[in-house]
Design a protein around this ligand. Sequence first.
Ligand SMILES: CCCCCCC/C=C/C(=O)SCCNC(=O)CCNC(=O)[C@H](O)C(C)(C)COP(=O)(O)OP(=O)(O)OC[C@H]1O[C@@H](n2cnc3c(N)ncnc32)[C@H](O)[C@@H]1OP(=O)(O)O
Length: 719
Amino acid sequence: MAEYNLVSECVGLITLRNPPVNALSAAVRQGIVDTVQRALSDPNVKSVVICGQNGIFCGGADIKEFGSNMTGPPLIPMIHAIESANKPVVAAIEGSALGGGLELALGCHYRIAHSKARLGLPEVTLGLLPAAGGSQRLPRLIGVPAALNLITTGRHVTAAEALQLGIVDQVTDHNTVDAAVKFALSVAGRSLGPRRISAHPCPQQPDLDALFEEVMQKVRQSARGAIAPIACVQAVRAAATLPYAQGMERERELMATLFTSGQARALQYCFFAERAVGRWRMPSGARWDTSKPRPLHKAAVIGLGIMGRGITVALAQTGLSVIAVETQEKQLMEAKQAISGMLERGAKRRGVAPALDRVIYSQNIQAVADVDLVIEAVFEDIALKTKVFQQLSAVCKPGTLLCTNTSALDVDQLASETPNPELVVGMHFFAPAHVMKLLEVVYGPRSSPQAVATAMQLGKKMGKASVAVGNCRGFVGNRMLKPYIEEAFFLLEEGATPELVDQALEEFGFAMGVFRMSDLSGLDVGWRIRKGDGLVEPSTASGRSTRIRQGRRYSPLGDLLCEEGRFGQKTGRGWYQYDKPGSRVARSDPWLHSFLGAYRAQHGLVARRIDHQEVLERCLYALINEGFHILDDGIAAGPEDIDVIYVSGYGWPRHRGGPMFYANMVGLAKVLERLEHYQQLHPEVPHLQPSSLLRRLVASGSPPIHKWGEAIKKLHSQL
Ligand SMILES: CCCCCCC/C=C/C(=O)SCCNC(=O)CCNC(=O)[C@H](O)C(C)(C)COP(=O)(O)OP(=O)(O)OC[C@H]1O[C@@H](n2cnc3c(N)ncnc32)[C@H](O)[C@@H]1OP(=O)(O)O
């Protein structure tokens, strides 16, 4: 797993071989130990170069090993042996040097990087810290502020930035290994003392205490309960204040706590889940590896409201030519201005030229005749969308894929309005579409595997977490959101306040509680949907509204606020009050509290004390329960799909792994027991009725999440 060659007569070349990313598995570590030993004991070898095969230096420790008993030589002594070698060791960095990979390079005496390489210590994103000496060496090399930034965010830096920071000694556009060998020859015999980073003190930093206090405060605020970023700050503080050996001891202690934590397990699960969703499969048996996507050169977007504009930007930034269609001239001109602004700002951020000339604007749907794919983003109205789909079917060249950005309508119904339903899929983007990571690719029973493969590949090119899901009301994300929001409304009826519910959810780690989120996205959105479902009724003569509708408990609270014109941030009033319409700082609203009091009195409801635990159990378990229904219905292929959707699109805290992973951590039996408990108290609430899949999983011994797939298949085959 590490190959050894003698090159240029006196350079020992060690090549890490562990595809695809040369992760530091036990075998690779053993290979490094053996080959370094061989190079150091060969009197002909004057210097050593370490590189990785296939254009990548090293993607870090092997994350798959973390879940098992780790064997093989440990990383820390291996890196120490390199640093204390009496011959210069040069790291030749191509592709990526991440985590343990960069820590290995920091143990080398010199680092040469290719100009396209990326370097970083992303351990924090996996719930860990750079515990192979990285938290102690990097601050010594580049100073405390820069090291804190890299280690607490886990961000990857370009070779150019690495050079500027002093992480690498040289950047090359040519063959990196050749450059490193040449460099190794030039430094053979030089004194190595100054090149051993562990022997350096940290560069002096004025007001160290104030700096750490400020960073810790910032990190605590943005961590939303994640423990790794805080441990990272503590580890860097040890580097800044303690001798190296003591700093290493502190690094070890901090890592020991993180390594076995539920958060590390959750974050590592997310890492693999995000990759697993790319290996999509449909109930028909169609799969990612047997379905070939179509090449795409030209796309079109129909409807240039907020969603259409974001989608146009996302497509243009991916390199596609885009025809952007809006029938009203004024709206078209406004959209053009907005899209150009977004493209310009995005390009400035990324340091590239804006893709303005990739977008052609038109009022005429005929302009899309020769595109390969169309994304329809007109108003959420089935009659309007049907008309657009019929027009597109008549206008587009044969084989054009027709995608709808609907968030709530029936993709299959739309497909049935076209002569080629196999070419129709949903591409459910989230606002703002050029920023938000999530894309639900919705297939109907007639969508072709090729259409799904093409939409999934396009999503990946756009940098989205793309998840293939079946067609049902709300697809996966919004379907699960419904019981979550309903429970929050019921809690208000029973005595909670928006502040209490939001606080419980935000302490759990959500970026925003349900009511602050509702104010942000607009209360009128849900109101319109409920009206469409025939759920919104006028109040009776007494002003009292019914609380059982369509045979189940219903809370009209959201409707009543909308009747008052309280649509959230945009009107300056919603579940909270705001300084002015459009302002973002939510303040508690005494009006809302008296409104809730009057509402309860009118309905004979007596407010009771509700604690955070009840808020979490009722909102989250109702959402999770719907997730089990979704798995049972075959709408999502596995729990990873649901979890990626929730973490990347719905603000679920990543360090809790997603709702289904969380259920697995809490224990399926406990989730079932609490749902049964609340269902007994609220028999008129069907979403608290435990899903039969959850019951069957518990009855079959609550298998761990990675075995749910097998269990679901087995349980289905027993039916
Ligand atoms: C008490 C113990 C002390 C131990 C001290 C430990 C200190 C060090 C810790 C670490 O190093 S933790 C790991 C840090 N590294 C990372 O976080 C990098 C993770 N990888 C990536 O960011 C990317 O994979 C990449 C390297 C930038 C390459 O990206 P690309 O898009 O080209 O490929 P992917 O689809 O992401 O990955 C391909 C394939 O490889 C698997 N994989 C990637 N990295 C690792 C890894 N470090 N360990 C194991 N496997 C890895 C990835 O899962 C993909 O496989 P599939 O999941 O698709 O099968």
